[in-house]
Design a protein around this ligand. Structure first.
Ligand code: G3I
Length: 353
């Protein structure tokens, strides 16, 4: 089991010159002072933007490919692998002293069009075990952690165990998750293996069920000796929807920690679509939702990393159904200026701002 300090590892050494002093200090240094890695999702095309690259260097200690490591991007045709995009991000991170988080190896979504048919008629589990091994060994030793299985829980599908009735479950049964983690451990023994999902954050009745099923899955995996080493809490919040129930989240995360698991926030962003158009009010609500969530997460010593699902609003897509709305879901605005959400994250790491 990686310690918090080990998780920081090279990241600490690489930017030992950075200090969490002065207004210039980014979330990379501020979070390190707290013994946590802060980072973000990115696309390799964004590295062509010099100002954005500088912002990434200042703010991020760990990167995750937003899209370029899903199977649709990596294996567009059977047996044809395209690592180019994720390689660019991985090289940039290596040159910048950043760690990498991999996303994702087994998911019901973002698969190439040819896959589902092959899964349905697969003679054995090599359709995913060989893929896991191939991708993880391509990056072996360079990745701090991996989302091995993503979003496999969906109680709304009606199963007693709360698992999503995906193409993987239909063909291989619930054991596909255990197999995926065992194979991942063999492929890169040094990587922290993460189960990632969304639905454990909220305060509604369906979130209560989601948390219960997630805990049951994690407890079962531990009892079976499955190498699930961390929970990836995606952290897709809503500034104007039902708020996070801090008491329920705290109890849940205490139970996760008691299982000996690390906690990573893997995709933090705050939806503000139902917001007033007035920017200050939107930004304040986004910051409040961020603080409400991270205050609980950062109270738990098993928390090892917090990644946002993008660093700046600059690269957010406008939803077609809201033509006159520009999302403001992330820590920096489109001009790479710090927003109240950035302050909320810095405060969660113990910085007075
Ligand atoms: O890059 C291609 C482009 O070449 C092509 O012309 C265009 C037209 O289809 O598609 C582009 O790819 C899109 C890609 O994002 C990059 O922008 C895909 O269509 C689109 O499906 C893909 O969406 C991503 C989605 O996951 C599915 O992979 C989003 O960017 C990404 O933010 C979203 O992230 C997910 C996490 O992986 C899992 N958790 C939920 C989270 C939010 O939905």
């Amino acid at each position: 089991m990686l310690s918090r300090r080990m998780l920081l590892g090279t990241s600490m050494a690489a930017f030992s010159g950075l200090r969490a002093e002065g207004a210039a200090a980014g979330l990379r240094a501020i979070s390190a002072a707290r013994g946590v890695l802060f980072g973000t999702a990115a696309g390799s095309y964004q590295l062509r933007d010099g100002d954005f690259q500088a912002a990434l260097m200042r703010e991020a200690a760990i990167l995750v490919p937003e899209y370029e490591q899903v199977r649709e991007a990596i294996e567009p045709e059977p047996g044809r692998f395209d690592f180019a995009g994720a390689d660019l991000l991985t090289s940039f991170a290596g040159r910048s002293g950043m760690a990498m988080h991999g996303h994702t190896l087994v998911w019901y979504a973002a698969n190439p069009k040819w896959l589902d048919e092959k899964v349905a008629h697969a003679p054995d589990d090599e359709i995913f075990t060989t893929y896991i091994t191939r991708v993880m060994q391509h990056y072996a030793g360079a990745y701090r952690s991996w989302d091995v299985v993503n979003e496999a829980i969906w109680p709304q599908d009606g199963r007693g165990d709360g698992l999503r009735v995906s193409q993987w479950l239909k063909r291989f049964g619930p054991g596909y998750i255990d197999t995926a983690f065992h194979v991942a451990k063999l492929a890169d023994p040094k990587a922290l293996l993460v189960y990632s999902d969304w639905g454990c954050e909220g305060g509604e009745a369906w979130n209560d069920v989601f948390r219960a099923k997630t805990l049951a899955f994690l407890e079962g995996a531990k009892a079976r000796g499955v190498p699930v080493e961390a929970l990836g809490l995606q952290g897709h919040l809503n500034a104007f929807g039902p708020p996070v129930d801090q008491a329920k989240l705290r109890t849940f995360l205490d139970r996760v920690k008691a299982l000996g698991l690390k906690i990573l926030v893997t995709e933090l962003d705050v939806d503000d679509t139902k917001a007033p158009r007035e920017i200050a009010a939107r930004d304040a609500a986004v910051a409040d939702a961020t603080a409400r969530f991270l205050d609980v997460v950062m109270d738990n010593s098993a928390t090892a990393a917090v990644l946002t699902w993008g660093l700046s609003d600059r690269y957010l897509h406008k939803p077609e159904w809201l033509p006159d709305y520009t999302p403001r879901k992330l820590p920096l605005d489109a001009d790479l200026q710090r927003k109240p959400m950035w302050n909320a994250i810095a405060r969660a790491f113990g910085r007075r701002v």
